[in-house]
Design a protein around this ligand. Sequence first.
Ligand SMILES: [Zn+2]
Length: 137
Amino acid sequence: MTEITAKPLPRLDGPEAPFWAGLREGEIRVQHCVACGTPRFPASRFCPECHSDRAEWRAVEPRGEVESHCTFHKCYFPGFVGDMPYTVIQVRLDCGLRFFSNIADGGRPATGQRVAAVFEPATADVVLLKFAPEDGA
Ligand SMILES: [Zn+2]
């Protein structure tokens, strides 16, 4: 008997709720310090630069660069068994924030490669942030 195990999904009502809502609308929204403008993610109460507790959520440019990547050949999460092997990328967005993600089509990334965000529906409520090569290569 084959048991189907779902992939883990994010909590949509947590501190990063505006981020997940943004992905559903095709934007990467992160917290910005109202006092100094520094973007930050994940959500935190205080700005790491100036310690202000005033923040707002705004969209950032959905582009960046692959800083690193790693291909998993061992399945650590049963929900990913059908994706083996899969590659995780570390993207540094142009605003300076880093995200772990994947190349949208399962393609092979290269360090230094320019990428643009792809908003990939996972369920009716969850849209995941993936990336694709910016030049279409
Ligand atoms: Zn600040």
